[in-house]
Design a protein around this ligand. Structure first.
Ligand code: CAA
Length: 258
């Protein structure tokens, strides 16, 4: 499928997806979200790709869902099509690691898209916000749930109710982003981080991602049990032998995803 609103660059086993609607600060319309969901579904089934990085431009990761597209919609239009529900599910269910590299505005659906990724690396210019309240609506792609779980009720509630933006430093302090890098180095840093993950055993990576996500989706005792079972299962892999032998022999491991 030829995409119009995203650009894909494959760097060995890391796929970089750039959101590409520069005239609208990468606002997320149906076409873009459909293309992104399609690309991520394809990547998930492509054994050559091990890690994905999603980024935008220096000015905007994404300034939200496309207000022009939504402006004429009625309640029935939104509810009966489950507007953006299928795309958001497809994007957040990718099994491979997905890193958001955020520079500039990550607002509304843009902030929500970044939070659907496994972690966020931010540039020093990043601004996060859920300003939907200023449009007479509210967040609709996970913001009330994911932001609250990440930064806590007080900060999430204030951001959703006032629409104020959070800068990169506050976002790092609050646990929303894993770290901040200079804007010019953002994509290189995100790709270097992705390559580091790509060197690991794909089996340990997949089980680790699933287990960390359980922390958000289940009770502590269920999550601990899930983690223990996943941990035990890795002792059935050749990569566990290789990783431990390499450590004991003081050499780098050569994982084979077996
Ligand atoms: N939808 C559609 N177009 C958008 C857009 C959006 N979310 N955000 C920016 N644009 C467009 C602008 O309309 C403008 O287009 P024109 O040149 O054709 O007029 C272009 O991008 C550049 O934007 P600005 O001129 O506004 O740029 P700025 O630097 O002055 O301001 C900004 C930047 C503060 C991000 C401002 O554009 C803004 O406030 N955007 C809207 C942010 C917002 O409300 N996001 C939430 C959307 S609703 C949502 O996301 C719902 C959900 O949860 C699913």
């Amino acid at each position: 499928m030829a995409y119009k609103t995203i650009v894909i660059e494959t760097n060995d086993d890391v796929e970089l997806i750039r959101l590409n609607r520069p005239d609208a600060l990468n606002a997320l319309n149906s076409e873009l979200l459909g293309e992104l969901a399609d690309a991520l579904t394809r990547v998930d089934g492509d054994p050559k790709v091990r890690v994905v990085v999603i980024t935008g431009s220096e000015k905007a990761f994404a300034a939200g869902a496309d207000i022009k597209e939504m402006s004429e919609k009625t309640y029935a239009d939104m509810a009966l099509t489950d507007f953006f529900g299928a795309e958001a599910n497809a994007i957040s269910r990718v099994r491979k690691p997905v890193i958001a590299a955020v520079s500039g505005y990550a607002l509304g659906g843009g902030c929500e898209l970044a939070m659907m990724c496994d972690f966020i690396i931010a540039s020093d210019t990043a601004k996060f916000g859920q300003p939907e309240i200023n449009l007479g609506i509210m967040a609709g792609m996970g913001g009330t749930q994911r932001l609250t779980r990440v930064v806590g009720k007080s900060k999430a509630m204030e951001m959703h109710l006032t629409g104020r933006f959070m800068d990169a430093e506050e976002a790092e302090r609050s646990g929303l982003v894993s770290r901040i890098v200079p804007a010019k180095k953002l994509v290189d840093e995100a790709l270097a981080t992705a390559r580091k993950i790509a060197e690991k055993s794909a089996i340990s990576v997949a089980h680790t991602k699933e287990s960390v996500n359980r922390a958000y989706e289940t009770t502590l005792s269920e999550g601990l049990l899930f983690e223990r079972r996943a941990f035990h299962s890795l002792f059935a892999t050749e990569d566990q032998n290789e990783g431990m032998e390499a450590f004991l022999e003081k050499r780098e491991p050569q994982f084979r995803d077996k």
